[in-house]
Design a protein around this ligand. Structure first.
Ligand code: NAP
Length: 336
């Protein structure tokens, strides 16, 4: 078990902000996870798991405890007839798992190509894109219950998946060690989203999961920041689901406002409000900006502080509340 001391969280998170973590333990196995938790307990320190750090905002004050840097490797496939059960260690890079599934011609993960982060983080916020979410394919999640140090297997039904949500956001005692996905050998492209439909209409070949993943990555490449250039955690806020009544009122004020009916109401794209109502596309405060190509995404410059990110995020929250009377919630989680 490799332990490092005083590691800048800016180097472990894609937003590239945050002070030092007191300890970082590289967890390459379940045994390492158990050992790291026991170490934190002996030292009377808090502990928390971290994957690629692609959906967290670390505090400028750092983290006073033990970061369990989840690096558990391995991808395994089990033939089940019409489906394949693909299991991956929590530390596997998400996009490498998607690539593996696509190479095998398996359907289910292709619309989720190009999302930064690890497999272990994918169920936590039920990652989703282009009409797909991991809840649709996850068979079960393996975790260590840090209270008992026992291994537990959590079925899909018990994960309490919701829109960018699951029980893992609330139950911090569960440290995910592996995720198993049930993927189909036969399927067809899911192209409900306009960006993908447009590509098909333009003549892009979209016959196999590999084709779809390639097109999704191409579309994402234009809209989302390149992590080699920008610090970012992707969409900073969740798109809110509002009632039909509130949506109708907003439509009176902003007739062009898109809305997508779903369970519980109508989902509205906050990027549209930031762009068309508030004209905040590209807006900058200090070292933090709304990304030019997708204003729901915050990007940071080298040296940015969590304080700057919080200031801009709070400004946006207040502005959306002012013009749309909707209080938006962060998708990015605080790591502190
Ligand atoms: P987009 O296609 O411009 O759509 C804007 C918003 O409208 C999204 O919130 C999307 O909801 C919703 N939407 C669009 N078409 C829809 C449809 N046919 N049915 C239901 N809802 C629809 O979105 P984008 O910003 O370019 O992102 C593309 C996809 O990648 C989205 O699914 C987005 O959530 C996902 N993504 C997520 C992150 C992240 O950090 N979490 C980062 C980049 C992209 P949904 O958001 O619910 O899909």
């Amino acid at each position: 078990m490799i332990t490092r001391e005083n590691v800048p969280l800016a180097s472990l998170t894609t937003l590239r902000v945050g002070g030092n973590a007191r300890y970082v333990v590289e967890c390459e196995s379940i045994a390492d996870v158990r050992e790291a938790i026991s170490f934190a307990r002996r030292e009377k320190l808090p502990y928390a798991p971290l994957g690629e750090g692609s959906n967290v905002l670390a505090s400028d004050n750092g983290y006073p405890g033990v970061v369990l840097h989840i690096r558990i490797p391995g991808i395994d496939a089990k033939d089940e007839g019409e489906t394949i059960l693909l299991s991956a260690g929590a530390g596997v890079i998400w996009d490498q798992l998607v690539a593996q599934a696509c190479v095998r011609g398996l359907w289910g993960l292709e619309n989720l190509a190009g999302i930064p982060g690890t497999v272990g983080a994918s169920p936590v916020q039920n990652i989703g894109a282009y009409g797909a979410e991991v809840a649709q394919t996850i068979a079960y999640v393996d975790a260590i219950d840090s209270d008992s140090l026992e291994e537990v297997r959590i079925s899909n039904e018990s994960c309490e998946f919701g829109y960018r949500d699951s029980r893992f956001k609330r139950e911090r005692s569960l440290i995910i060690t592996a995720v198993s996905f049930r993927l189909r050998k036969h399927g067809s492209p899911s192209i409900a989203y306009a960006d993908l439909r447009k590509k098909l209409e333009e003549g892009e070949k979209m016959e196999t999961p590999k084709d779809v993943a390639r097109v999704v990555k191409e579309v994402r490449g234009h809209k989302f920041p390149d992590l080699r250039i920008h610090g970012t955690a992707g969409s900073f806020f969740k798109n809110p689901v509002i009632s039909e009544e509130v949506y109708a009122q907003l439509k009176e004020r902003y007739p062009e406002l898109p809305g997508f009916s779903q369970e519980g109401g109508v989902k509205i794209p906050i990027a549209w409000i930031l762009d068309h109502v508030l004209t905040l596309r590209g807006y900058t405060m200090g070292d933090v900006s709304l990304f030019e190509n997708q204003p729901l995404v915050l990007v940071t410059k080298k040296g940015a502080r969590a304080e700057d990110v919080n200031a801009l995020a709070e400004h946006i929250t207040q502005e959306v509340l002012r013009v749309a009377s909707v209080r938006i919630e962060r998708e990015v989680r605080a790591f502190e």
